[in-house]
Design a protein around this ligand. Structure first.
Ligand SMILES: Cc1cc2nc3c(=O)[nH]c(=O)nc-3n(C[C@H](O)[C@H](O)[C@H](O)COP(=O)(O)O)c2cc1C
Length: 200
């Protein structure tokens, strides 16, 4: 028995990773060490453009999203590719150490890339904290809260008269009578079993 859904019970937060040229929404973030310059690790899918950016850039930032996060920021960074759109357009940012961070967040951590580990589908990028600050002293949003509220948060509306299937991990909508067996969500790369038919 290998029920991978148990991995979704691992508590994670909601963050926006930014770096020169773009970035993306991430939940796979951990503080890997303590001390004056803690190491933060973030897992990035190799298919994401952010992966390419992180291979060449030496600095990146993590902005921490709060419970009242703006769904538009999640849509912009989590449902678009930096290859096609300017992720920073229409998003208020602050520039710290030549890196844009999200202004509507609880705060940011600026990281200098120190290592990366190949994890198969993802690469774990390790960054040493060189700067950081709290912008708003509120509660952070957890990934579980995002899952619970994403339809409202992202204002997911589906086209009338069409059968819609929502990816329960990220909110991507697939239209069709059935999700094909080999379908892979283009956003979070999960398979058919993660899709749930939208009820009216
Ligand atoms: C709630 C949520 C959590 C996500 N977590 C991650 C993550 O931890 N790592 C990752 O590589 N992608 C994650 N993604 C997917 C990327 O944000 C998404 O594929 C993005 O469009 C990639 O943009 P890019 O091609 O510009 O890099 C997440 C998306 C959402 C909506």
């Amino acid at each position: 028995m290998k029920n991978k859904k148990i991995t979704r019970k691992i508590s994670q937060g909601m963050y926006v990773l930014t770096t020169e040229g773009g970035g993306c929404v991430v939940d796979a973030v951990i503080q890997a060490s303590a001390g004056d310059n803690p190491i933060i690790a973030v897992a990035i899918c190799k298919d994401n453009h952010t992966h390419q950016l992180l291979q060449k850039n030496s600095t990146f930032a993590i902005s921490v999203l709060g419970k009242d996060a703006d769904g538009e920021i999640i849509k912009q960074f989590g449902f678009n590719c930096s290859r096609d759109v300017d992720k920073f357009e229409g998003i208020e940012t602050i520039e710290v150490k030549n890196t844009k961070v999200v202004k509507k967040s609880l705060g940011y951590i600026i990281l200098e890339k120190v290592d990366s580990i190949d994890c198969g589908t993802h690469t774990l990028f390790l960054g040493k904290m060189i700067e950081g600050d709290i912008l708003e002293d509120e509660e952070p949003m957890t990934y579980a809260e995002y899952q619970e509220n994403k339809e409202d948060l992202l204002k997911i509306t589906t086209e009338k008269g069409k059968t819609a299937w929502i990816c329960t991990a990220c909110g991507y909508i697939y239209y069709g009578d059935e999700v094909p067996d080999d379908f892979i969500c283009p956003i979070c790369k999960l398979g058919k079993s993660y899709f749930k038919e939208k009820e009216d």
